[in-house]
Write a protein that binds this ligand. Sequence first.
Ligand code: WQD
Length: 333
Amino acid sequence: MAVLITGGTGYIGSHTVVELVGAGKEAVILDNFYNSKPEIIGVLKEITGSEIKFCDVDIRDEAALEKVFGENAVDEVIHFAGYKAVAESVAKPLDYYGNNVCGAVALLGVMKKFGCKRFVFSSSATVYGMPEKVPVTETSALSAINPYGRTKLIIEDICRDIYNSDNEWSFSLLRYFNPVGAHESGKLREDPNGLPNNLMPIILRAATGEIPALDVYGNDYPTPDGTCVRDYIHVVDLAKGHVAALNGMKKGVEAYNLGTGKGYSVLEMIETFKRVTGAPLPYRFVPRRAGDAAQCWSDPSKAKRELNWEAKFDIEKMCADAWRAARNKDYTK
Ligand code: WQD
């Protein structure tokens, strides 16, 4: 029986494929390379030492999805495929609702048709909006503050409604905090097509000289050093969380925070990066970015209790692994 990984050549998807194959799962990747590169398939085969089936399919193409399910004994799905840039979602909401929400509905409809009722969803801490208090638990208030976050919340609600209509389904909604870092081989990394939005890819561009400096969005927040605090989690820890979610998934709908439970400020991340890598990291303070919460970090104890999962890697390792991948000259460009 196989696990279908939609978006399996993306940043978190590709790292999860490595962990799934390492855990003895038969992985089938479905991707359309909107935000990744075909070369990643070869890299995954090299890292895992396994042949990995791959389908070049758009998540909204129901006929193509049916063909994938007809040709592969898929009995569970991890759904990563989706647009994920917050600022872009504000500018192009229809693209986000069309791809993220309609894509998820198409996928879940085909799963239902083939009797595949185990679904791990790539959700996000963004469903907590601007958290009233930290740490954030799975019972914290849910609210979306941008179209990207609203698509995540809508898909979570779709999962809850499906389960209420048919108790044979199993759903695990994984709410990621801030994924950072890369596989220790240096052969996989966060490498979005187009300009990145997240902190670490921009730190790496400033450290390699691709950009003159990192812009730090605001140092006047009510935090110890004035910069925003986030729960950065190593992408390999996050990937292992998906294996734990599959293994621990039961009938019903459960949400889990996948974070470290520790908060670090932007300045702490900058200083750690410089100390660990020895790289120059020019930066300057600029005005706040709209929509940024001052502080957001997780209480990950439910995942520990129910999935026997917890993050192991610290921000030093996140910085070291991200830097190694960024300098890997034979990285697929
Ligand atoms: C982190 C901190 C910025 C860039 C987003 C999404 C969330 C999830 C993770 C998908 C903030 C500061 C950043 C820069 C900066 N993505 N920053 N200069 O906003 O916490 O979360 O990514 O699921 O859904 O909302 O992450 O990396 O963009 O920002 O100062 O050039 O770094 O202000 O404080 P964020 P981020």
